[in-house]
Write a protein that binds this ligand. Structure first.
Ligand SMILES: Cc1ncc(COP(=O)(O)O)c(C=O)c1O
Length: 415
């Protein structure tokens, strides 16, 4: 099928939720993808952080072949051999005690909110002083289901679906004074992405995260960290919070966990997990044998790649900083490990650079209008960073076509 026929059919048949780039991908290997015309692309987005081992990784292929021939799905009413082992590895890596497996990021976050409410109900002995409110962050993103949306601090995602889950308030991200002002004893959970992803790659400050930990601990509230985008090796540590001296009560992960298959997880402490009992929460698909076997294989590779991610992240960040010195259109360079971003001076320029790179066969993404986001696979090498940086340098040096200058160009050309 051609791109034209697929896109025509989709425009008639799908609910319109995506503004897709005009590319029909057919296959991938390592850091590269190929489209239906055979054009090769360097992947600096990795399925928004999912394909962290690149495409068609041999270890992942082996597990898929082996496990597909043995057992793909079994209900959570029964045991299989991989959930406990995966939970063992994730709890050891995170410093937490227990895991719950689900199918996506938003579902992990939704479960984390439920867990926080259940914990508060089970532990709040003063009925006259209810403790069920949630303090989330402005500019955050936690997913598309109702609870996740209710805690997402960006109006554009929330407004069309109001009214959302009640009891959520927002504090200004990285503003300690505002956090202290908004926090009180009715709060059962404080929600933070250690690096806000959809919010434009904004890392939390040490002072802010430590303050959130201090306030929650002192008041019997929970600290919930969303590491769906920044966790599982992306920043050069297993978890982004491991760059700080803070241990959360609950952390959520998803994207790269099963190397391309849907799998999310909630990790928590013994004390918080005690608020759950059989029947209170669950899922049909979550934590199936194929996805869990793949996650075990992913974690083995992630462990091996951590140092490499750190080194490549430093190399990449330094190269972006050099571009910053050369191009006035760059407003900021942010990120950690292989989660990096360039903030540009306008949405039009960011759009133009993304388009230019796609024409050249490099996939990146734009978030928060003006931010170019880079989430390459953990297996990238210096030569791939160099290729991207040369292309960015060229694209940032070009005059951008905005609706206004396109009109004046037409007028000048006498059209
Ligand atoms: C920080 C964060 N939380 C939650 C989600 C939602 O994950 P999913 O799209 O798997 O539901 C995302 C997705 O981008 C995310 O970046």
């Amino acid at each position: 099928m051609s791109l034209a026929s697929v896109s025509q059919l989709e425009s008639k048949l799908l609910v319109s939720t995506y503004d897709r780039q005009p590319v029909l991908f057919e296959r991938g290997r390592g850091v590269y993808l190929w489209d239906a015309k055979g054009k090769k692309y360097l992947d600096f987005l990795s399925g928004i952080g999912v394909n962290a081992l690149g495409h068609n990784h041999p270890a992942i292929q082996r597990v898929i072949r082996r496990q597909a021939a043995r057992l793909i799905h079994v209900s959570n009413l029964f045991f299989h051999e991989y959930q406990a082992e995966l939970a063992r590895q994730l709890t050891e890596m995170s410093g937490l005690d227990r895991a719950f497996f689900c199918n996506s990021g938003t579902e992990a976050w939704e479960g984390a909110l439920k867990l926080a409410r259940a914990f508060a109900q089970a532990n709040n002995r003063n009925e006259k002083k209810p403790k069920w409110r949630i303090l989330a962050m402005e500019n955050s993103f936690h997913g598309r289901t109702f609870g996740a949306l209710a805690t997402t601090g960006q109006k554009k995602y929330r407004a069309p679906f109001a009214p959302l889950m009640p009891g959520v308030q927002f504090a200004r991200f990285n503003d300690v004074g505002n956090l202290e002002k908004k926090f009180d004893s009715s709060i059962c959970a404080v929600c933070i992405e250690p690096i806000q992803g959809e919010g434009g790659i904004q890392p939390v400050t040490r002072e802010f995260l430590e303050c959130a930990r201090r306030l929650t601990k002192k008041n019997g509230a929970l600290l919930l960290l969303d590491e769906i985008q920044c966790g599982l090796g992306r920043t050069g540590r297993h978890f982004a919070y491991q760059h700080y001296d803070v241990l959360p009560d609950i952390v959520t992960v998803a994207k790269p966990l099963a190397a391309g298959l849907p799998l999310g997880a909630i990790l928590t402490t013994e004390r918080v997990a005690a608020a759950m009992h059989p029947g209170l929460h669950g899922t049909t698909f979550g934590g199936g044998p194929l996805a869990c076997a793949l996650a075990i294989a992913f974690l083995r590779e992630e462990q091996r790649l951590l140092k490499h991610i750190g080194a490549m992240g430093e190399y990449f960040h330094a190269a972006l900083k050099k571009l910053d010195q050369k191009h006035g259109s760059i407003q900021d360079v942010r990120g950690a490990g292989l989660m990096q971003a360039l903030e540009l001076d306008s949405a039009d320029r960011a759009k133009a650079v993304l388009k230019r790179l796609l024409e050249e066969g490099i996939i990146i993404n734009r978030t928060h209008d003006t931010v170019l986001r880079f989430l390459p696979p953990y297996i990238i090498q210096k030569k791939h960073v160099d290729q991207l940086v040369v292309a960015l340098d060229r694209a940032l040096g070009e005059e951008i076509e905005t609706p206004r200058n396109a009109r004046s160009k037409k007028a000048k050309d006498g059209m």
